[in-house]
Design a protein. Sequence first.
Length: 269
Amino acid sequence: METKLKAAGRQDLPWRGCTVMINSNSIPVDFEYPAHEDFFKNVQEMLPFQNWCATCDQQLIFEKIMIQSIDMVEDVVLTLKFSAETTDSAGNQKKHAVWLTGASLHVLVVITSEETRKQHAVLVACPRTSIGRASFLELPMIGIDSLGNVDGAPAKMLRDLGIQLQLDMLLDITHLSSEEGRGIFTSPDSRDEFIRILLHSATMPEAEIARMYDECGGSNESSCKVHILPLSDMWKSTNDAKALSALCLYLNLVAVNGLPADGTSVTPS
């Protein structure tokens, strides 16, 4: 299919290279490094790229996409960097930098004492070289395996501590808080990355909670460590945006009666 490559002030030029469909329009795709064109099929199969193409607003008029970087493991594209050229209704052209990585899942664990009703949160402390931190307190990230089971190093550490995460018992509080429901965008100026926050709530005897405080630590497979703290101290104990977002959503959903305030178990509908 021949696509016209539009340019302000000059005659339309024919484009016979790669294209993608955005808002029912065929948009030219070029490559900063010509060898990367061999991986265009892999780019097209990348779910975050498919979602991006399918959900762009109609007001965005795309002229061209330039693929700049492709990060792959085997045949799967994990991260895609490109520039997108757009034109507004007044004919003004702009170039936008875009990084696509997709969604990540994180879990807020809230444990309530049966005797005192005091609530506790479970975070993980991990090395984060990108910000020069040997230990950074953050919300645990989880994965879902092909059988639908919760996996990942943080999930294993929680299991070792006695906290079993079951997918059918996790409540998506990002979905409860917004009708749009995709998640929380962390850096929408250039990245599509968004996070979904799932809630695991449980009640336990005070003695069991005390045991968890005593046994907090890491596993041989991970340099991360589990950290338990009072929920009331969470806001001042970490500067992790995911953890603070989770706390904000949880407290406000409790305040509007969207969640039980006493920490009783929540069953997703």
